[in-house]
Design a binder for this molecule. Structure first.
Ligand code: NDP
Ligand code: ZN
Length: 379
C-alpha cells in the first residue's frame, strides 16, 4: 500500500516535471531572413520563446508582403537590426495552447497583425488602442518583447509564432484562408480611418495609392455606399478600380483626369508610400472635409504641407492613423468575411529568390494587389 503511494507520487512528479520542461522549451523554427540592409532573402533558423500559460503556438500557413516590410528591409525609417524576418500579415493554425487560454483551441485558425503586446493599462490601451500604447506597442518583428526576456521579435515569413492569445485574432473557419493574411494589416489600416472619419452612404471619398492598402480601402468605402475616386500613377489599374466599385479613376500623371477635382471630397485617404504633393489633395477637400494619412514614405523622402494653404483653405482636417487596436481588428476581420471583402492576392512559394522578385515587383507597381507567401512550402 505504502509502496503504491510512493510510486504514484513519483509518477505525478515525473508528469509535472515533463509538463514544466515542455513549457520552458524554446521553439525552434525557420524562416526567410535578410541579413543586411537591402539584403536578399535566405533561409534562417532561429527560436521563439516557450509557450506561456496565456500563449498560443501557431503553425503559419500564409504571410502577406506589406510595403512596410520593404521600408524596414531598406531601413527607410531608421536603423534596423539584422538578420530580420519580416511579416506582420499572418494567418496560421493553432497547434498548442497555454493552460489559461480560453479564446482558442487546437485546430482553430488565428491571425497576427503588426503588434503582439502592449502595457494594457495606459490610457490608449484602456481605450482599445494598443497600437498607441504609451510604453510602445511590441511589434511583431523588428521589436523587443519586454514581456519575454527582451526577445528580438521576428515576423511571419516563418513556420511558427508564439503569441499571447489577447493579441491574436480569431479567424472564422469559413474564411477563404489564402486571402486572410493581408486583412491583418492592409485591412485594418484602411478600415480603421474610414470608420474614424465616419464615412457614410453618398460621401465623396478619394483613395490615393491603389496598392495593397488602397484596394482594401476602396472595397470598404464602396461597401459603406460612398462615391469613390481612386488616385494612382499608372494606367494599368484603371479597370480594376472600376471592377471594385469605384466611380472614377484618376491617373495623377494625366492632365485630363485631373480636371474638376478641387473642393469635391468629404474624405481622402492617402496610402501613398513615396514623395507626393499633399497640397494637391488638400485642395480637393470640400470645406470641412478631412484627409487621413496612413502611407508612410521613407524619412528621407517625406511629403510636407504648406501651412498657408492649410490655414487659408478653411477647416480642413488632416489626421494620421496607425493600423488599429485588437478589438477593432477582430471587428474588421468578422465584417470583411461576413461581407466577402478580401484582398486580391498573388500566392508565391516560400523561396528566397521569389520573395526577392516580389519585393522588386512591389516597388515597380507590378503586383495586383498583394503578394502572399505560402509558408507551408518553406523548405
Ligand atoms: P503598395 O506598394 O502595395 O501600394 C502603394 C500604391 O501607391 C501603389 O499602387 C503605387 O503605385 C501607388 N503610388 C505610388 N506613388 C504614388 C503617387 N505619387 N500618387 C498616387 N499613387 C502612388 O503599398 P502598401 O499599400 O502595402 O503600403 C502603402 C504605405 O502604407 C506604405 O508606406 C506602408 O508602409 C504604409 N503602411 C502604413 C500603415 C499604418 O499603420 N499607417 C500600415 C501598413 C502600411 P504603383 O501602381 O506604381 O504601384
Ligand atoms: Zn503592413
Amino acid at each position: 500500500m505504502k509502496k503504491n503511494i510512493i510510486f504514484t507520487i513519483i509518477g505525478l512528479l515525473v508528469i509535472l516535471t515533463s509538463v514544466n520542461a515542455q513549457n520552458t522549451k524554446h521553439i525552434s523554427t525557420k524562416g526567410l531572413a535578410v541579413f543586411e540592409k537591402n539584403g536578399v532573402f535566405k533561409p534562417y533558423k532561429f527560436s521563439r520563446h516557450a509557450i506561456g500559460d496565456n500563449d498560443i503556438h501557431i503553425k503559419i500557413l500564409y504571410a502577406g508582403i506589406c510595403h512596410s516590410d520593404l521600408h524596414h528591409v531598406h531601413s527607410d525609417w531608421g536603423k534596423e537590426e539584422f538578420p530580420m524576418v519580416p511579416g506582420h500579415e499572418i494567418l496560421g493554425r493553432v497547434v498548442k495552447v497555454g493552460k489559461n487560454v480560453t479564446k482558442f483551441k487546437i485546430g482553430d485558425y488565428a491571425g497576427i497583425g503588426c503588434m503582439i503586446g502592449s502595457c494594457r493599462i495606459c490610457e490608449a490601451c484602456k481605450h482599445d488602442h494598443e497600437q498607441y500604447c504609451e510604453q510602445g506597442p511590441i511589434m511583431t518583428y523588428h521589436g523587443i518583447d519586454r514581456y519575454n526576456n527582451n526577445e528580438h521579435t521576428q515576423g511571419g515569413y516563418s513556420k511558427d509564432y508564439v503569441v499571447a492569445e489577447d493579441f491574436a485574432i480569431k479567424i472564422p473557419a469559413n474564411a477563404q484562408m489564402e486571402k486572410v493574411a493581408p486583412l491583418l494589416c492592409a485591412g485594418i489600416t484602411t478600415y480603421s480611418p474610414i470608420k474614424y472619419a465616419e464615412v457614410k452612404n453618398g460621401d465623396k471619398v478619394g483613395i490615393a495609392g491603389f496598392g495593397g492598402l488602397g484596394h482594401m480601402a476602396v472595397q470598404y468605402a464602396v461597401a459603406l455606399g460612398a462615391d469613390v475616386t481612386v488616385f494612382d500613377i499608372t494606367e494599368d489599374k484603371r479597370q480594376d478600380a472600376i471592377r471594385m466599385g469605384a466611380k472614377r479613376y484618376v491617373n495623377v500623371n494625366n492632365t485630363e483626369d485631373m480636371k474638376n477635382l478641387n473642393n469635391s471630397f468629404d474624405f481622402i485617404l492617402s496610402t501613398i508610400p513615396t514623395q507626393y504633393d499633399m497640397n494637391m489633395y488638400l485642395k480637393m477637400l470640400k470645406y470641412d472635409g478631412q484627409m487621413g494619412i496612413v502611407g508612410l514614405p521613407a524619412f528621407a523622402n517625406m511629403p510636407t504641407i504648406s501651412l498657408d494653404k492649410f490655414i487659408w483653405q478653411g477647416n480642413r482636417k488632416i489626421f494620421g492613423s496607425q493600423i488599429g487596436g485588437i478589438k477593432e481588428t477582430q471587428e474588421m476581420v468578422d465584417y470583411s468575411i461576413r461581407n466577402n471583402i478580401y484582398p486580391q492576392v498573388q500566392i508565391i512559394k516560400a523561396e528566397g529568390k521569389l520573395v526577392n522578385e516580389a519585393y522588386k515587383n512591389v516597388l515597380d507597381g507590378k503586383v495586383k494587389f498583394r503578394y502572399v507567401i505560402d509558408m507551408s512550402t518553406l523548405k
